[in-house]
Design a protein around this ligand. Structure first.
Ligand SMILES: C[S@@+](CC[C@H](N)C(=O)[O-])C[C@H]1O[C@@H](n2cnc3c(N)ncnc32)[C@H](O)[C@@H]1O
Length: 288
């Protein structure tokens, strides 16, 4: 029996394999052996909370108490995020895309932040777009979803620590942020543009689109290629023909989809006019 040594709770090889396969089935998140200590420390909090003695008991508890599954999932997700993280995407929206949208006859804009974590990403999108599309003729809606119910409830409140906005541009800080005794509060005018909802990227999506932009940043890295490819194909179906897909700095669609072209740093657009037969040929045509 292999145990995580000298720890508060014993975790056998079988326990870890059970956790790996449950996490994969429920969330798509792959937990390789090297993440065992992270898994141990995140789930230990649940064992303490429940007054359990070891991971055998916890694995039994998950199977007998369906309500524990959500706590299990919430404990295992990695939620790191920040306002205007990977700022080039917001610059691109601000400088390259909004001038095109402003010339549209159709005043409907739909954005989806598909792994929004605690909300900094959709609030950054809303602040960027509010500068251009706050008039009543514009129908701007941002859908912000995540699997983790804890992060979503934090996101919906729009309250953050004061140091979370250290790098925020003055123009946004002055217009859209209120300083409170407990930190900062996103103003209602920005909150009103966002609908927070729980959504598992692995399960059925109720939305019909089309979206003008989908943000799917820093979540594909947790999935295997099969899951990534399925999700990307579904994004393609929901994007407008001139829509954009933004992914995270360490992510790529190379070898996962031949339905997109790379048009900027981790910025993709659906390919027009059919599919190239070989992804390699496409890369040559698109990138260089
Ligand atoms: C590292 S955060 C990224 C937050 C934000 N997109 C950013 O780049 O700053 C990853 C988020 O993906 C969410 N996530 C993980 N698996 C998911 C799934 N199957 N469906 C939806 N969200 C998922 C996690 O709960 C977490 O909040």
């Amino acid at each position: 029996m292999e145990l995580v040594d000298k720890k508060e709770f014993s975790m056998t090889k079988k326990n870890f394999e059970f956790i790996q396969s449950l996490a994969y089935e429920e969330t798509g998140i792959v937990l390789p052996e090297r993440k065992k200590h992270m898994v141990y420390s995140r789930l230990s909090r649940r064992l303490r909370h429940l007054g359990l003695d070891n991971f055998n008991q916890y694995c039994d508890h998950i199977q007998s108490e369906p309500g524990e599954l959500m706590n299990f999932v919430n404990a295992l997700t990695t939620n790191l995020t920040a306002f205007f993280r990977e700022e080039h995407h917001f610059d691109y929206l601000d400088k390259e895309i909004t001038p095109l949208w402003r010339r549209r006859r159709n005043k409907r804009l739909r954005i989806w932040s598909s792994a929004c974590s605690t909300g900094e990403e959709p609030y950054s999108i809303a602040m960027t777009l509010a500068e251009h599309f706050s008039g009543s003729e514009w129908d701007l809606k941002i859908l912000a979803t995540d699997l983790d119910t804890n992060v979503l409830s934090k996101a919906a409140k729009g309250c953050y620590a004061e140091d979370s906005i250290t790098g925020l541009a003055d123009r946004y800080r002055k217009k859209y942020i209120k300083i409170t005794p407990n930190g900062i509060q996103i103003k209602q005018s920005i909150q009103n543009k966002i609908h927070f909802k729980q959504l598992n990227l692995l399960q059925k999506w109720p939305m019909t689109g089309p979206f003008d932009v989908i943000f799917c940043r820093n979540v594909l890295i947790y999935f295997d290629n099969e899951t990534k490819a399925k999700i990307i194909a579904k994004f393609r179906k929901l994007l407008a023909p001139d829509g954009l897909l933004f992914i995270g700095h360490s992510e790529t669609l190379t070898n996962l989809s031949d339905e997109f072209e790379l048009i900027g740093q981790t910025i993709y657009q659906p390919l027009r006019g059919g599919h190239a037969k070989v992804i390699g040929e496409r890369k040559k045509a698109v990138i260089g």
